[in-house]
Design a protein around this ligand. Structure first.
Ligand SMILES: O=C1O[C@H](COP(=O)(O)O)[C@@H](O)[C@H](O)[C@H]1O
Length: 257
């Protein structure tokens, strides 16, 4: 697993713009090398703001959207179109504005599919297994980029502190009793997150500062799930100044004046 690199931008707005630029370059690079790429989206405030900035960037057309597989790190188990679904936010902010191949947009299905949360999670796990190639060395693609938001409690995807889902080794699982509404969710598991080539944790706001500090210290991922958010080849913590305000200055590189 890689050691995190911390990059700090002046505020949430600049953070979303800078991460959007970075995402475009990362996907273009991956597609240039292999022809296609796998991108995992996150919900949450900065996650969705980043997608809106990608949509607003003229450079978005450098991405070959038809040759991009889009996945989610987690989803709230709600019907399609519900405004609280991460998918709904992503479609509104970005996916409705670019030429994605619908067959390559891999949504975690909600109760309107007729499935229980367990069945939906297993269907997602199966979709991940089918997409994995031998060179991925695991039950899911080694994603080119997996983005994660982070809660003030240090949760990433729908992996919450001290929750049994943290120990789950299936590619995706149902999460019940989430402390943040809604209570039922679907999440990728730690082994799949840590199998991604690049993991980027994106967080803004003072309320995240304590969790950011712990995620970059020796905390265990069971207490602070973001401490387990590490990619195989590269890990970024992309923060605004408020979210970075409790980490030692030696850890962070300021990139926006
Ligand atoms: O519930 C969730 O929360 C986190 C963080 O959201 P934020 O609004 O505090 O940035 C998000 O990353 C996750 O995908 C989502 O389901």
């Amino acid at each position: 697993m890689s050691v995190p690199t911390v990059i700090i931008h002046r505020d949430a707005d600049m953070l979303a713009k800078a991460v959007a630029a970075r995402v475009i370059v990362r996907i273009v690079d991956a597609q240039s090398a292999k022809g296609s790429a796998h991108l995992v989206l996150t919900g949450g405030s900065v996650g969705i703001a980043t997608l809106a900035e990608i949509a607003a960037s003229p450079a978005r057309d450098a991405i070959d959207w038809r040759n991009l597989d889009i996945w989610w790190g987690d989803e709230r188990f709600l019907p399609a179109g519900d405004s609280e679904r991460n998918e709904t936010g992503a479609r509104k902010a970005l996916l409705d504005h670019v030429d994605v191949d619908p067959a390559r947009v891999h949504v975690m299905r909600g109760p309107d599919s007729g499935m229980t949360a367990e069945e939906s999670a297993e269907a997602y796990a199966e979709e991940l297994r089918r997409a994995a190639r031998p060179e991925d060395h695991g039950p899911a693609p080694a994603f080119d980029l997996l983005m994660l938001g982070m809660g003030p409690d240090g949760h990433v995807a729908s992996l919450f502190p001290e929750h049994p889902a943290l120990y789950d080794t299936r590619p995706a699982m149902a999460v019940h009793g989430s402390p943040k509404p809604p209570p039922t969710r679907i999440s990728l598991s730690f082994p799949v997150i840590q199998g991604a080539n690049e993991v980027w944790v994106v967080a803004a706001g003072e309320e995240k500062a304590g969790a950011v500090r712990l995620a970059l210290s020796d905390s265990g991922p069971m207490q602070v799930p973001a401490a387990g958010a590490r990619g195989r080849r590269r890990t970024f913590f992309l923060l605004d100044r408020a979210a970075a305000s409790k980490i030692p200055s030696s850890l962070g590189r300021i990139s926006s004046p």
